[in-house]
Design a protein around this ligand. Structure first.
Ligand code: SAM
Length: 326
C-alpha cells in the first residue's frame, strides 16, 4: 500500500525514527523499509514532518499485526491520538460510534475514545467532549522526549502543534529567561526548561497551572519553572524588562496582549507571536500590531514568517518570530 514516508540515509535511520516517534508521527501500521542505502519511515501526517526531512510516497508493507481501524471499517477514519486517548471530529454520531468500536478492536493502544462536541470556546480555550469509550479524559502524552499529564476536558492541548513547539524550543539557549504568556500545561515551558532556560508560564486556567507544575516535576525541571495562575496582563508588571524570549500562543487575540509582551521584554527579546489570518496576507496584520506596540522604544525585526498549518478554508495559523532590540 502506498504511504507517505520520510526517506533518510541508513546511518541517520535510528535517530530519525526516534525523532518521529517522539513527535507521534510514525505510522505504526506500516513496515519500515530499507532500499539502496535509504530507510523509508511511514508517517501519519506528512505536513507535520519537519521541513528538513524529505517526504516521499512509497509502497510499503502493512505490518503483520492485528487489524487497523481502516481494515475493520473499510474506509479511512480521521483521528488524532493524545496519549491513550483517540480523538474524533465526527458530526454523525453513528459514524463516530462505528469508528470508536473499530479503534477499540484494532491494535492501537487506547483506553478512551472521545468525539468533539463543541468548538474550543471562551477564554480558557477548552471544548466539550462526548466520551464514546472509557471513563476518564486524563492521559499522559509524550512529545519530543517530554511527558505531559493533562485532562482534555479541563485544559487546552493540541498534539498537532508538536512540531511547531519543537521548532521554537530548538531556538532556546541555556541560561536565558523565557516567559510563556499563555502556558497551558507547559508544552513550551517544559522543553524550554529542559534546555536550561529559566521559564515562567502564566495561565488563567487554574487546572492548567496545576498540570504545568506536575509536568515540570515529571520532567525534572521544577527548579527552573515558575507557574503562575492569573491574567497575564496583571502578572506582567512583576516581570517587567525580564524576558529574553516571550511566547504568545493565543492566536485569535494575541494582539490585545502586545502591550504586556513589550512590558515583559528585556533589552533584546525574541517574541513568538501566533496569529490566524486570511491566506492573502497572513503576516501583515501581526507585524503591524507588533510595530505599533513596540516602536519606537524597540527596533523590530521580523526574523521568521512561518505558516504553522491551515486553520480553516483560506485561513492560516502563522507564527512571527520577532526580535525586539532596545
Ligand atoms: N501554550 C499552550 C499550548 O500550546 O498548549 C496553551 C495555548 S491555548 C491556545 C491558550 C491558553 O491561554 C489557554 O490555556 C488559556 O487558558 C490561556 N489564557 C487565555 N487568556 C489568558 C490571559 N488573559 N492570561 C493568561 N492566560 C490566558
Amino acid at each position: 500500500m502506498e504511504a507517505p514516508c520520510v526517506r533518510v540515509e541508513r546511518e541517520r535511520g535510528e535517530e530519525t525514527r526516534t525523532r518521529l516517534a517522539e513527535a507521534n508521527l510514525l505510522a505504526e501500521e506500516f513496515e519500515i523499509e530499507v532500499a539502496e542505502g535509504y530507510l523509508y519511515l511511514p508517517v501519519t501526517d506528512p505536513e507535520a514532518v519537519p521541513d528538513e526531512l524529505e517526504v516521499v510516497a512509497r509502497a510499503v508493507g502493512e505490518r503483520d499485526t492485528p487489524d487497523t481501524p481502516t481494515d475493520l471499517l473499510g474506509f479511512e477514519p480521521t483521528y488524532e491520538r493524545l496519549g491513550d486517548i483517540v480523538i474524533l471530529d465526527e458530526d454523525d454520531s453513528d459514524r463516530a460510534r462505528d469508528i470508536a468500536d473499530a479503534v477499540m478492536d484494532s491494535d492501537i493502544p487506547v483506553k478512551t475514545v472521545v468525539n468533539r462536541a463543541s468548538k474550543v470556546k471562551g477564554e480558557l480555550r477548552v471544548r466539550d467532549w462526548e466520551v464514546l469509550v472509557g471513563d476518564g479524559t486524563e492521559t499522559v502524552h509524550r512529545e519530543y522526549g517530554c511527558e505531559y499529564l493533562l485532562d482534555v476536558a479541563e485544559v487546552y492541548f493540541s498534539p498537532r502543534l508538536a512540531t511547531e513547539r519543537h521548532r521554537v524550543a530548538e531556538q532556546v539557549e541555556s541560561g536565558e529567561r523565557a516567559f510563556d504568556m499563555f502556558a497551558g500545561v507547559g508544552p513550551f515551558v517544559v522543553p524550554f526548561a529542559k534546555r536550561g532556560a529559566q521559564a515562567v508560564g502564566v495561565d488563567l486556567n487554574e487546572r492548567a497551572v496545576e498540570y504545568l507544575r506536575e509536568n515540570a516535576r515529571r520532567n525534572d525541571v521544577e527548579e527552573r519553572v515558575t507557574a503562575i495562575q492569573g491574567d497575564v496582563r496583571e502578572v506582567a508588571p512583576e516581570y517587567a524588562d525580564w524576558a529574553d524570549r516571550v511566547v504568545m500562543n493565543l492566536p485569535h487575540s494575541a494582539d490585545e496582549f502586545l502591550d504586556s509582551a513589550v512590558e515583559l521584554a528585556g533589552d533584546d527579546c525574541a517574541v513568538h507571536y501566533y496569529d490566524i489570518q486570511h491566506e492573502d496576507d497572513p503576516f501583515g496584520p501581526g507585524e503591524a500590531a507588533i510595530r505599533a506596540a513596540a516602536e519606537p522604544d524597540y527596533d523590530v525585526e521580523v526574523e521568521t514568517r512561518h505558516a504553522v498549518r491551515s486553520y480553516a478554508p483560506h485561513e492560516l495559523n502563522v507564527c512571527l518570530d520577532v526580535r525586539l532590540s532596545r
